[in-house]
Write a protein of this length. Structure first.
Length: 100
């Protein structure tokens, strides 16, 4: 018998910013690293840990963290240095979202 796996896939434009090391683990309990991001809600729906987001440049991120204040349609991308975060700034990104 084959298992049926359902994945929700959609595109959405998110208000993106960046964060860096704080010395603390993410909300999911892992230490942040490149390829991790924080998302609370998209279009009002709570986004589960493990959700994958593909950025316009092809980079794939995994949701491992939260903003903690219930933000909607916001994305925070982990970067290694504060300098990279400032350089990234804040921008709107059209992302592919894959919810497991």
């Amino acid at each position: 018998m084959k298992a049926l796996i359902l994945i929700a896939v959609f595109w959405v434009t998110l208000n993106a910013s960046a964060y860096t090391h704080s010395g603390n683990p993410t909300a999911s309990g892992v230490m942040p690293q490149i390829g991790h991001c924080a998302v609370d809600r998209i279009n009002g729906r709570v986004i589960p840990f493990g959700t994958r987001l593909t950025l316009p440049n092809g980079q794939i991120l995994t949701v491992t963290d939260r903003f903690g204040d219930g933000r909607n349609n916001a994305l925070d991308i982990f970067m290694n240095t504060e300098q990279e975060c400032w350089q990234f700034g804040r921008r709107w990104l059209k992302c592919k979202v894959e919810i497991p």
